[in-house]
Design a protein around this ligand. Structure first.
Ligand code: 13P
Ligand code: SF4
Length: 351
């Protein structure tokens, strides 16, 4: 099996007209037409962004038109790195709330905006402060590793932050004799445990409702239909560990076509692989960039139902309003931010 730990972002050029190359019928890949209303919004967003010295960051799961207008598109890690190094005065974060909070933690002097405050994350919601405090009390000497999909308060109580792109490296960097509390994603946690063979690692039983729903039988079904495809799986997927176990038992040779990666890692693997067809097990928003950057290759979602309603809350209209009305400002109290920053900076320095 191959794994990828890469993370970066893509500099995008907004296009005047984008057409779907969809072979899957997924709602998020539908062609978007640039009518005169949309073109006006696009032009105004570009002008306002320039006038305000703003940078627009978009996650790989955003709707296509938001990805195309953004200055940078990437995964959680790549976007935090972009936020950390930008010289722009304002960061407009087209993603979910914890991502904008991470940018606010890393850039305390900048104005961080999110176009919709309701864009949350079921995974980040799966652990609260009281839960973590109690867990830490049970394991007072443990090192706490928090996935980036957590609130600033949870990060502030953590020793390390990690993303799907670097969770393995972060855990491997912690001395063997140290107990680890890994949170909140149980599937990422059990994959990291499996890959590192770490025995003294406790895993919080949280999950993302979009990725948890993927069943190993779905993968079998798709791979049977497309035996020539490579399989790209996000480590938040519920199917990952049982699928890996099954592959190891029944078809060890097929492990070479299975690649576990963050969203940005998937982009890199798709570009560098000699395969022409890929089955993609993550949120369908990623298909836009996969197809745009690899027009000669075919990408099939494991399920066109894998859509995150929180990511899809960010629309062109809301992005426009965000720049016009200077909303919604995301801030983190400095006391929390300074502690959370340490955990994030430790992650960035290892990666
Ligand atoms: P990435 O860090 O791989 O972009 O994933 C973020 C996320 O929310 C996955 O559901
Ligand atoms: Fe959160 Fe899942 Fe949406 Fe990612 S896909 S932002 S983990 S709810």
């Amino acid at each position: 099996m191959n794994t990828s730990t890469s993370a970066s972002t893509s500099k995008t050029e907004p296009k005047a007209d984008a057409k779907s190359e969809s072979k899957t019928g997924s709602a998020t890949e539908a062609a978007y037409k640039i009518d005169s209303h949309t073109q006006k919004l696009v032009d105004e967003i570009k002008q306002l962004s320039k006038k305000r010295n703003a940078v627009i960051l978009a996650h790989n799961y955003q709707i296509p038109i938001i990805q195309d207008i953004a200055d940078f598109v990437g995964d959680s890690l790549g976007l935090s790195q972009q936020a950390a190094k930008t010289s722009a005065e304002t960061i407009v974060f087209c993603g979910v709330h914890f991502m904008a909070e991470t940018a606010a933690i890393l850039c305390p002097t900048k104005r961080v905006l999110i176009p919709d405050l309701e864009a949350g994350c079921s995974l980040a919601e799966s652990i609260d402060l009281a839960g973590l405090v109690a867990w830490k009390a049970e394991h007072p000497n443990a090192v706490v590793v928090s996935y980036v999909n957590t609130t600033a308060e949870i990060k502030a109580l953590s020793d390390y932050c990690c993303t799907s792109g670097n969770a393995l490296k972060i855990v491997q960097s912690i001395p063997e004799d140290k107990e680890i509390l890994f949170l909140p994603d149980q599937f990422l946690g059990s994959w990291v445990q499996k890959m590192t063979g770490r025995k003294n690692m406790h895993i919080w039983m949280g999950e993302c409702h979009v990725h948890a729903a993927v069943h190993p039988s779905k993968i079998d079904e798709k791979m049977k239909e497309h035996p020539d495809a490579e399989l790209l799986i996000h480590p938040e997927c519920g199917c990952l560990t049982p699928y890996l176990d099954r592959v190891a038992r029944n078809a060890p040779d097929s492990k070479d076509v299975l690649k576990v990666a963050s969203t940005e890692g998937m982009l890199k693997l798709a570009t560098t692989s000699s395969a022409k067809k890929f089955v993609v097990a993550t949120e369908v928003g990623i298909l836009h960039r996969l197809k745009k950057e690899n027009p000669e290759k075919e990408f099939l979602p494991i399920s066109s139902e894998m859509s995150c309603q929180f990511m899809k809350m960010i629309t062109l209209e809301k992005l426009h309003r965000s720049l016009v009305e200077d909303v919604f400002h995301v801030t983190v109290p400095e006391e929390t931010a300074s502690k959370a920053r340490l955990a994030i900076e430790r992650m960035i320095s290892i990666f």
